[in-house]
Design a protein around this ligand. Sequence first.
Ligand code: AMP
Length: 417
Amino acid sequence: MASKFQAPRGTFDVLPEAARGRARVEATAAGILARAGYEPIQTPSFEDTDLFVRGVGRSTDIVSKEMFTFEDKGERSLTLRPEGTAPICRAYLEHGMHKLAQPVKLSYVGPFFRHERPQAGRYRQFHQIGLECIGTDSPLADAEAIMLLSDLLGELGVPGVELRLGSLGSLGARVAYLEELKAHLHAHEGELSEDVRERIDLNPLRAFDSDHEGTQAVMASAPTIVERLEGEDAEHFAEVRAQLDAAGIAYAIDPTLVRGIDYYTRTIFSFVCDALGAQSEVGGGGRYDGLIEQLGGPATPAVGWAVGIERILLALGEDFEGTPRAQRVFISFDHEGEDGRRALVLASELRRAGFAAEFDLAGRAAKGQLKHANRIGADFVVFLSVEGGPALRDMRSGEQRPVDLGNLVDEMTGGEA
Ligand code: AMP
């Protein structure tokens, strides 16, 4: 019975079966991040537009093309959050977290919104799990952040994952390199895509990300920042690499790696997965030593990442088993008498003992209830209103026997509860 309404373009419904897969991804991440001392934070679904314009950068695709922006009744410009780092830095400052012991380690999960062209693995509402480690410039924080994402993808069994690693240098040190890159781009203006040409002076780094053939040819001979790293930037990058080596985390240095957000400095990384097709990145992030200052706070180095839940699920494929279900018990009773009350109480007891317990809510006769129990995949059926007292049926073996309700849990677990 389709109505004329559908989920908006680029969005999707998560139906119950799919929800179990997501729940397992989220629970796995929650465990890994909590064990590393990350604490969950939640920020609103929308923020002042200016937070993203300043934080993510005016010349990025996200800000210039992809934001869902609207005015509230007070004519303030608000935007559905396209990413999580700027909001968390806003919250860090707003709640005086710079006065806490540093670094402050925060994790998050939730929906994000970008007006992109929808395709497999790319949606207008998608969900990210992420972490931010704010208040340290130690390379160990970079290596540990990368390790945690690697652990998450490993524990979930995401196949064919590769880690790409790069460094953008610090903001000050990057100035000379950017001039060199702009000169290279200007020298080849005629061969570049219009998009890249228009933004040579605003955002030259994004030329590395272009899928335009002519631009790619120009970028093949472009100077890379990894070759130009000096002093503390070079040392920092070398240290991150040595730490990853020590931890046995394999990576490939990608001197052309850039990310579609302006706030990155020094380390950047991307986990790609060959099972994903065109949208091959499953997750990524990097260091953003200038962002908090950019938002009006004290100079505060930080590093973080985000991983797409939909991309993880896509990479894992159909066979990924979601959170295991509890054993399911269906309580069958006769609607004619007052056994509905007993069913209600028994269901509650069984739930407290860890079972999933349900009873009929549709006025079905005994036969219909058994059929329904089968349909919902019940492991056991308890018959309350049968002659000779309650009975228990094991739905896998079909065996049915009288049961003392006081021993019901033992009977179903074989005494192992
Ligand atoms: P970003 O916030 O752009 O660094 O992206 C981090 C991760 O979020 C990516 O690696 C993807 O897994 C996921 N992601 C970003 N944009 C989308 C989108 N439009 N649809 C689905 N997942 C996305």
